[in-house]
Unconditional design. Structure first.
Length: 325
């Protein structure tokens, strides 16, 4: 897959490109509706102030480097950058490598070197609970003091939510784990997606008359095992493109004892996809995964799943950018 033109690896590589910036700092896992609101408002604010909008994110996640453990992400880094660029194509996403050396940087040096010298920040947007620098010693008041000293404004980002509370990656992840896909889609503004490269399977689906594309390792957080109506994009050098609707199975395929896998049957599609990278948007949960007495009963159920999925996805059309979402 291509590297986004909106991406810059390392803040030190940005300074020659941009002079005065508005920098919004965060992980933005899922790029949910709350993120979207803050990012959109920040881009507009940057435009009014004559600043270049910059997103600063860290990879790998600081918690992973510091040994605190990290839950599976809602979005891959590449997908996150893609979604941010859709909010405003002027965004530059700086992916700062997080390692033990950066973890030892004192809060003042973080502000002076990273934000001012390397990123050219005139405005910095952060969450209310933002912590930074060695041992997470810097907080929002400290950032404000450094801003006064080094010449940048600090803007705490507001919380956005719905009747059930603020949007958050934690809340999205909890809804996903519970299989509440409508809640997930409401918070994200789109269905949750899984992505991976198509690998060769055992051919069991083809032998049943329902050939499937089997995905290799999937990085994103998984829903409960089950069968899902889905919309599938193909990822390539020109970006994602809508491929087909389909039905996906996420789980251990107990009837045939195949072990864990994510596989998708694409409707009205027969081309060879081995080696291609797909993105599978989980539009609706159809049923739990379960064991059948034999392959005859399994095939009959798959045929019923296909009918239900076709009905659920009827009328779906790709977005203006050519992908499903």
């Amino acid at each position: 897959m291509r590297v986004s033109k909106n991406r810059v690896d390392g803040a030190k590589n940005l300074r020659a490109k941009l002079e005065s910036t508005l920098v919004i700092i965060g992980n933005f896992d899922g790029v949910h509706r709350g993120h979207q609101a803050v990012l959109g408002a920040s881009a507009e604010s940057a435009r009014r102030g004559g600043l270049s909008p910059v997103v600063l994110t860290f990879h790998p996640h600081p918690a992973e480097v510091l040994g605190r453990g990290v839950l599976p992400a809602l979005t891959t880094l590449e997908r996150k950058i893609e979604l941010i660029a859709r909010i405003d194509p002027e965004f530059v996403v700086v992916v700062e490598p997080f390692d033990a050396e950066l973890a030892r940087v004192e809060p003042e040096e973080f502000a002076e070197r990273l934000l001012v010298r390397e990123l050219g920040a005139k405005t910095v947007v952060v969450g209310q609970n933002f912590r930074f620098g060695r041992n997470r010693g810097g907080d929002l008041p400290a950032l404000g003091r450094f801003g006064e000293r080094f010449g940048f404004d600090v803007r705490p980002e507001p919380l956005h939510g719905d009747a059930n509370g603020p949007y958050s990656s934690t809340r999205v992840r909890a809804a996903l784990a519970a299989g509440e896909l409508s809640d997930v889609s409401e918070q994200l503004g789109r269905p949750h997606a899984l992505s991976g490269r198509v690998i060769r399977g055992a051919g069991r689906g083809r032998s049943l008359g329902v050939p499937t594309a089997n995905l290799g390792p999937v990085s994103e957080a998984l829903p409960p095992y089950g069968v899902y109506a889905c919309l599938v994009d193909r990822l390539g050098p020109e970006g994602p493109r809508a491929l087909a609707a389909g039905v996906a199975n996420v789980g251990v395929r107990p009837t045939v004892g195949a072990g864990f896998g994510v596989e998708v049957h694409l409707f009205d599609f027969e081309a060879d996809l081995y080696g291609c990278e797909l993105r599978v948007h989980l539009a609706r949960r159809l049923r739990d995964e379960r064991r059948f007495p034999g392959v005859t009963e399994l095939k009959a159920q798959i045929e019923r799943d296909i009918v239900e999925a076709r009905g659920a996805l009827a009328g779906s059309v790709p977005a203006v950018h050519g992908a499903w979402f």
